[in-house]
Design a protein around this ligand. Structure first.
Ligand code: KIV
Ligand code: NA
Length: 266
């Protein structure tokens, strides 16, 4: 199958077909994401939490994103690959932002990048788009601003905050963003934003009104049963599956029932 393009995603949007997105950070899962026919993959800076065990996404580097992106691209040949611009790879200057976005495409093999923020990043988004780099926006809970926001909480509650978020969304569309992630916002606001734009919105904790959904792969697979934000549905219990398999391996090794003759060479 050929790789999904931004045009393909826009066609799904126009047809009213929900766009499916998951995060992915490695080759092994990237293969399975292809088998499951997921439309688009995000190499999220959530890899700081999920792959590295960091408390926030702030320590993640451009090198980290490139490393994981290259592994994902080798394992998946059908999804549109979006790479997150990590904290401080685009905030300090225009030029740095452009060069780092370019690295995610040239070295990482991504087809698009994602940046957090609204009007503050709109000029950069415009520059990227003008130079042929497709950009996904990200509004609502923007984890790179966790210290300013004072925690991982719902954003855009109330009339004033809602209007601000809507203005940010319109600025991103105007600047040329081809898609917009809405994270942890009230459903009513997500609906208003979605109806006001002519680019697809991708929700995570934004209700069932957006043009598509995204979840962190390990979260939706239930690999950490103690991570239970309200928006998350665990579609499997891999924590249990994996722990049980490892326990079976441990027992069989200890009791010398594995390896058997069928696993051994003459
Ligand atoms: O890094 C990430 O996983 C994300 C998604 C939650 C949208 O930005
Ligand atoms: Na992210």
């Amino acid at each position: 199958a050929r790789r999904t393009t931004t045009r393909d995603l826009h066609e799904l949007y126009e047809a009213g077909i929900p766009i499916t997105m998951v995060t992915c950070y490695d080759y092994t899962f990237a293969r399975l994401v292809e088998k499951a026919e997921i439309d688009t993959i995000l190499i999220g800076d959530s890899l700081g939490n999920v792959m590295q065990g960091q408390d926030t996404t702030l320590p993640v580097t451009v090198e980290d994103i490139i490393y994981h992106c290259r592994a994902v691209v080798r394992g998946n040949h059908s999804a549109l690959i979006v790479a997150d611009m990590p904290f401080m790879s685009y905030q300090a200057s225009f030029e740095e932002g452009m060069r780092n976005a370019g690295r995610l495409l040239k070295e990482g093999g991504a087809q698009a990048v994602k940046v957090e923020g609204g009007r503050a990043v709109a000029p950069l988004v415009e520059q990227m788009s003008a130079h042929g780099i497709p950009v996904v926006g990200h509004l609502g809970l923007t984890p790179q601003s966790v210290h300013k926001l004072g925690g991982y909480r719902v954003q855009g509650r109330g009339e004033a905050a809602g209007q601000e978020l809507l203005a940010d969304a319109k600025a991103l569309e105007e600047a040329g963003a081809f898609m917009l992630v809405l994270e942890m916002v009230p459903t009513e606001l997500a609906q208003k934003v979605t109806e006001s734009l002519s680019i697809p919105t991708i929700g995570i904790g934004a209700g069932n009104v957006t043009s598509g959904q995204v979840l962190v792969l390990q979260d939706l697979l239930g690999m950490n049963q103690s991570f239970t934000p309200k928006f998350l549905k665990r579609f499997a219990n891999l924590e249990e599956t994996v722990t049980e398999a490892l326990g079976a391996y441990r027992d069989e090794v200890r009791e010398r029932s594995y390896p058997g003759d069928e696993h051994s060479f003459d």
